[in-house]
Write a protein that binds this ligand. Structure first.
Ligand SMILES: [Zn+2]
Ligand SMILES: [Zn+2]
Length: 262
């Protein structure tokens, strides 16, 4: 499995893009501002998007992908999301007020986008990858996704600060080679992290004691300007774990022997 990080920041700025992962050529996980760097052909090649939750930094690119595909002969883009996320996208984004409803507008072979409901624990197969959604706590209903193929298993937490059920769901996976997980704030912003349901380094370190798998950790969603403080605190908070701080443009290969990254 080849995963390209199109964006993994908790905000925008020079060189910073918000969350979006390209898996192979056809599957996208979240559609933050990172997708805006994709070429038109790459956008048209997409067949499926997994959406963790409705927050703007994870969905804004959907609007522009849909707009670009409208002028192509592409098949409908399947947008896989929980029912609450789908409802928010329909009510607040694709509502003819903020943006056209591209689930009504047609391109080559049907509507530009087609919503597909997903549920925690109900796996689906997309382009040879088995996708298992799992529930994560956040300020809105949210999911993480485990992606598995013959090479290994990679899981992405989306936005969360963790709870017992999330770790139980991850431990139920037969294996876990890499876990991409967020840390939005440094420890001194613990109250803000708790209120907005984002991790701090100390909180993640404490929560990880509940996980029995020992994946490599791929850390993301650091808020702009707070990266150095978060990285410094991870040395102690994540001692004993293999971890990396992701950046835009990284390519991740999930492998049974452990996750490698170039
Ligand atoms: Zn969020
Ligand atoms: Zn976010």
């Amino acid at each position: 499995m080849r995963i390209k990080v199109l964006g993994c920041s908790g905000g925008v700025g020079p060189g910073l893009r918000t969350t979006s992962l390209l898996v192979g050529e056809h599957l996208l996980v979240d559609a933050g501002s990172g997708v805006c760097d994709l070429g038109l052909d790459a956008m048209v090649r997409l067949t499926d998007v997994l959406v963790t939750h409705s927050h703007l930094d994870h969905v804004l690119g959907l609007a522009f992908i849909a707009d670009n595909r409208f002028r192509s002969a592409a098949r409908p883009l399947r947008v896989h999301a929980g029912t609450a996320t789908r409802g928010a996208l329909c009510r607040h984004l694709f509502n003819w007020s903020l943006w056209p409803d591209f689930s009504e507008l047609c391109c080559g072979a049907g509507p530009v986008i087609e919503f597909c409901d997903v549920e925690p624990g109900r796996a689906l197969v997309i382009d040879g990858v088995t996708v298992t959604p799992f529930a994560v706590p956040h300020t809105v209903p949210a999911l993480g996704f485990a992606l598995a193929d013959a090479d290994g298993c990679f899981a992405f937490s989306g936005d969360t600060n963790g709870d017992d059920a999330m770790w139980t769901a991850l431990d139920a996976l037969p294996g876990l080679d890499a876990l991409m997980i967020e840390i939005a704030f440094p420890d001194e912003a613990r109250e803000l992290g708790d209120a907005s349901r984002h991790f701090t380094p100390a909180r993640l370190g404490a929560e990880l004691t509940k996980l029995h798998h020992r994946p490599q950790l791929l850390l993301s969603h650091h808020k702009p300007g707070l990266e150095a403080a978060i990285q410094a605190q991870c040395h102690a908070a994540l001692a004993g774990w293999r971890y990396r701080h992701l950046k835009r443009g990284d390519v991740i290969f999930s492998e049974r022997a452990g996750c490698s990254k170039i």
